[in-house]
Write a protein that binds this ligand. Structure first.
Ligand code: TEU
Length: 551
């Protein structure tokens, strides 16, 4: 894949936007979002300025885990549309310069997938070894599972099949049996399915829990964590043997070769760490030497961070160090599994959300936005009877589940919020406040939506921001300060994480602002010195020009 100095490569220099299809836009008034709904919003996505869409799974599924339990990998669930709707969406997106990646769940299938049904039919069936089976161990005359592995969604990771008298492995629900990636037939079948989508023109894949796919050959038990994190027993273990096995890298190398047969396709991997643990080095390792495994890997450190300049500097520096020069970083603050950054980090404050957006969109590496982030959607308050997520159903009230970050997109004030014409959306709205809608924010110059649009536009316009180096600058403890540089052009960015006024780094006092109006405080037109001079206002983000022209 070519990457000449000036070429704008969508997945590297652009911005990617995650859509949870059930919740983005409902095209057929049944309360659940779909592909036709997404198609109708392509104009909006172009206006926002994103270059690629990642669609959470749209494959046929019994929906135990909302399409992360896949029944057929090469079809569309009727709830979302059909192959014609998909083809039309892809064609129209491409015509607008928007790429689409799909969410490939390679670790497990649904228990209703024909492969698993065959595997269940008996120990000698040809598909039996496509999954992971074990007769169990006997202890004091009682049958026990082969090891202590726990499922992420509750209980043991082993389910007893009475008919064939063996356990099968499932790291998530028992309806999501794990595929056996030590069996090359599985790899061949999965790669064929990936090829099906690549041939259609799909621009790549987000790979679900890709670091889980290979398990310890001897199925050794996991060690326990010294400080267990209740309530999930799953989190009380170090996941040493049920994920991150070295063979995964070989599989990814082969997958990358397949992708490279097609121009400008991309793989981004979900590298899930032990809950609450920061492991950017592990994420980066799945990018291999930079061009032979994943193009991008998620680092979830910001999901476990606090709103603090020092903490963000530390975790960003660690991520950049782990990635090195040869692997391209990526950045994400929210997704469909975690509390939204607007609630988790910003505590509902639009000012803080603006600061986080400024940070996200001026880093070195590909930014991922999560639908609704651009209008400041908060987590929904989900009542027990409205819980749809299996994690929440199992662990409520200790873990209220992931529905809170999957509530319908808020398009416009009024019934259905422009999301649906049905009486009831599949999940309640997080708010019906007219101000937190696309329609209201489009018309308001200083809105969060327009701030995102402005930042994305600036990032695209400035090679410094989408491809330059980054150097952090020592500053006040509440200020995150850094310089982006590309071929002699330099931009200084200072982010005040405090509600109090804080000093700018001294050398930057008289620099002209790059944006107009510069931000919600410290006004001044482009080319003029910021009026605030030496201080940053409350939660201010300053963009300053150090050196002008590209050499
Ligand atoms: O998520 C991986 C995963 O481990 C999380 O579900 C995690 O357990 C949860 O967020 C609690 O912290 C991926 C998908 O993103 C998720 O939606 C799927 O449910 C899961 O895999 C199974 O496919």
């Amino acid at each position: 894949m070519s990457d000449s100095k000036d070429e704008f490569l969508w997945w590297k220099h652009g911005v990617i936007y995650q859509i949870y299809p059930r919740s983005f836009s409902d095209g057929n008034a049944n309360g659940v979002g779909d592909l036709e709904g997404i198609r109708r919003k392509l104009g909006y996505l172009r206006e926002l300025g994103v270059d690629g869409l990642w669609l959470s799974p749209i494959f046929p599924s019994p929906m135990k885990d909302f399409s992360y339990d896949v029944m057929y990998y090469c079809a569309i669930d009727p709830l979302f549309g059909n192959m014609d709707t998909f083809d039309r969406l892809l064609r129209e997106a491409h015509a607008l310069g928007i790429r689409i990646i799909l969410d490939l769940v390679m670790n497990h299938s649904s228990d209703r997938h024909p492969w698993f049904r065959e595997a269940l039919s008996g120990r000698t069936n040809a598909k039996r070894e496509w999954y992971i089976w074990h007769p169990g161990r006997s202890r004091f005359g009682r049958r026990r599972p082969p090891n202590n592995w726990m499922a992420a969604f509750g209980g043991r990771a082993w389910e007893w099949d009475e008919k064939s008298r063996e356990y099968y492995l499932h790291l998530f629900l028992k309806e999501q049996p794990d595929l056996n990636w030590r069996n090359h037939e599985v790899e061949r079948a999965m790669f064929d399915q990936a090829r099906f989508w690549l041939e259609k023109g799909v621009d790549g894949f987000r790979l679900d829990v890709i670091n889980y796919i290979v398990k310890d050959r001897e199925l050794k038990s996991n060690p326990y964590r010294l400080h267990p994190a209740p309530p999930r027993r799953h989190d009380q273990q170090h996941h040493r043997h049920d994920r991150n096995q070295p063979e995964t890298h070989d599989i990814l190398k082969r997958f990358r070769s397949l992708l490279d047969e097609y121009p400008e396709r991309m793989l981004v991997g979900e590298i899930y760490p032990d809950e609450g643990v920061l492991e950017p080095e592990t994420s980066a390792s799945y990018q291999g030497g930079g061009d032979d495994e994943l193009h991008l890997a998620f680092d979830f450190s910001p999901m476990f961070a606090q709103f603090s300049a020092r903490k963000f500097r530390r975790l960003l520096e660690r991520w950049y160090h782990a990635a090195g020069e040869h692997r391209w970083p990526s950045h994400v603050l929210s997704n469909h599994d975690q509390s939204r950054a607007m609630s988790r980090l910003a505590g509902g404050s639009v000012e803080k959300a603006r600061l986080l957006a400024a940070m996200l969109l001026t880093q070195r590496g590909t930014p991922f936005l999560y639908y609704g982030e651009e209008i400041g959607m908060t987590d929904g308050l989900i009542r027990r009877r409205d819980i749809r997520d299996p994690l929440g159903q199992r662990y409520w009230p200790f873990h209220r589940g992931r529905d809170r970050s999957r509530t319908p997109m808020q398009w416009q004030p009024g019934p259905g919020l422009g999301f649906t014409d049905a009486c009831h959306p599949w999940l309640p709205y997080s708010t019906e406040d007219p101000g937190t809608t696309v329609a209201a924010q489009k018309n308001e110059a200083g809105s969060l939506f327009n701030w995102y649009r402005q930042l994305i536009e600036l990032r695209k316009r400035e090679p410094c921001l989408h491809r330059g180096n980054i150097v952090f600058v020592d500053s006040h403890r509440d200020v995150l300060a850094y310089i982006r540089e590309y071929r002699g052009r330099q931009i200084a960015i200072a982010l005040n994480f405090s509600h109090r006024s804080r000093p700018l780094p001294e050398a930057w006092h008289d620099l002209p602002s790059l944006i107009d109006p510069p931000t919600h405080s410290g006004a001044g037109a482009p080319g003029e010195a910021r009026q605030a001079g030496s201080n940053l206002g409350s939660y201010e983000a300053a963009f300053l020009e150090i050196a002008g022209v590209i050499q």
